[in-house]
Design a protein around this ligand. Structure first.
Ligand SMILES: NC(=O)C1=CN([C@@H]2O[C@H](COP(=O)(O)OP(=O)(O)OC[C@H]3O[C@@H](n4cnc5c(N)ncnc54)[C@H](OP(=O)(O)O)[C@@H]3O)[C@@H](O)[C@H]2O)C=CC1
Ligand SMILES: CC(=O)[C@@H](O)[C@H](O)COP(=O)(O)O
Ligand SMILES: [Mn+2]
Length: 381
């Protein structure tokens, strides 16, 4: 029975993951849970799942917390503890479900320790993809994607050798603003941008979907995860979010993975791979008529797509700079300090201003991440 450390357990991926465990108690053993600051939710999860460790990464929580609410789970504080738990011999699988570059260090530690990593935290691959895949190669860690598109690609790729893949096609819902022009996007509000048409997710990725930065990040994630050339990755808009991506093989066969938009399937698959087990996620209803639509993305309305392609092609420090700029700009948009369209503008400006390093080490990436955030905090439209 795999012993699971779930980092980011109070979030959207985290709670979906715990629902998978709830449905398959006989298959999984949760040994660690973590949150940033939502201590009440974390304590409730500890009562239900009884992990050995619970971690609140925000040190400020230490002050006045009723620790007996977690008993008999040991409550610990600070992000460094995650790295220790990720490398513990008592952990087999780390579910990387923290949002943003804040998830990088614990994911890195799990990979360095040769664990299975169920990777939801796409930012890890965007910031440090080449270093992370090389680390996994030397440590023997398995990185199993949780991101729905990458899970779909990973599943389809099981039927052919990597050299037999001609290209992959990432599907995008198009977000809440599909069909709007760039000018129409100038005045959209956080509330409108948070209203995703098909997926129920945390706020940061929901805004990324609205700007289509999510697809840009996913293109970069796919490149490093599957070792693809830039010309092997296409993006297509599919508003129903039922086809989660395609893999086209050299013989012209195209394989897709279909399921209703429900993250419990890719999470469960990452935990059970190469096996499958009874569904926790919603199932396809083949008795009701439905249509699947596909259309090219509007690159003018959503400039993040072009930025994503450029960043994927450049590699080096560009992914870390882009990711951090986007995180900071999304935060400022949600705080009412930037317009929606400023998110991509700020990313472009900071990328253009950055001192590119083609061959950075992890410490260099962490440094440019900080620099990029500071630049966006100063940035005005
Ligand atoms: N939601 C989805 O369906 C999908 C998500 N993903 C990816 O999965 C990751 C998680 O997304 P999602 O679940 O939506 O995010 P949420 O915002 O819903 O949850 C984030 C989790 O991370 C914790 N957290 C936030 N900041 C920090 C920090 N600085 N240090 C440590 N922990 C922190 C939160 O704790 P607290 O609750 O205390 O704030 C929470 O447990 C992202 O990388 C996203 O891109 C990928 C595909 C689909
Ligand atoms: C569920 C998932 O994997 C998200 O990344 C999803 O793809 C977001 O939807 P968009 O296609 O709108 O970016
Ligand atoms: Mn996705």
């Amino acid at each position: 029975m795999p012993r699971i450390a779930l980092f980011g357990s109070t979030g959207s991926i985290g709670t979906n993951c715990l629902d998978v465990v709830r449905h398959h108690r006989e298959r999984f053993d949760v040994v660690a849970l973590s949150a940033h600051s939502r201590s009440t939710e974390l304590a409730e999860q500890c009562r239900e799942f009884g992990p050995k460790w619970a971690v609140l990464c925000d040190e400020n929580q230490r002050a006045d917390l009723a620790r007996d609410a977690f008993d008999p789970t040991e409550l610990r504080f600070g992000a460094d503890v995650l790295e220790e738990i990720a490398a513990s011999p008592e952990v087999d699988t780390v579910v990387s479900a923290i949002v943003g570059a804040a998830g990088l260090r614990s994911t890195w530690a799990a990979i360095e320790a040769g664990k299975r990593v169920a990777l939801a935290n796409k930012e890890t691959m965007v910031v440090a993809g080449p270093l992370v895949t090389e680390l996994a190669r030397t440590s023997g860690a398995e990185i199993i994607p949780v991101d729905s598109e990458h899970s779909a690609i990973f599943q389809a790729m099981q039927s052919g050798a990597p050299t037999e893949v001609r290209r992959v096609v990432l599907t995008a819902s198009g977000g809440p603003f599909r069909g709007r022009s760039r000018a129409e996007l100038e005045a959209v509000t956080p509330e409108q941008a948070l209203d995703h048409p098909t997926w129920d997710m945390g706020p940061k990725i929901t805004i990324d979907s609205a700007t289509m930065t999510n697809k840009a990040l996913e293109l970069i994630e796919a490149k490093w995860l599957f070792d693809l050339r830039d010309d092997q990755i296409e993006i297509i808009v599919h508003p129903q979010s039922i086809v989660h991506s395609f893999v086209e093989f050299v013989d012209g066969s195209v394989l897709a993975q279909l399921s209703p938009p429900d993250m419990r399937l890719p999470i469960q698959y990452a935990l059970t791979f190469p096996d499958r087990c009874e569904a926790t996620a919603r199932q396809m209803d083949w008795r009701t008529a439905f249509s699947l639509e596909f259309e090219p993305p509007d690159e003018e309305a959503f400039p993040a797509l072009a930025i994503g392609r450029e960043v994927a092609a450049q590699g080096g420090t560009s992914g870390a700079v882009f990711n951090a700029a986007n995180e900071a700009a999304v935060e400022r948009f949600l705080a009412g300090e930037l317009k929606f369209t400023d998110i991509s503008r700020a990313c472009r400006a900071v990328l253009d201003a950055h001192d590119f390093d083609p061959d950075p080490a992890l410490a260099d990436l962490l440094r440019v991440d900080q620099w990029s955030r500071t630049e966006v905090m100063k940035w005005t439209s």
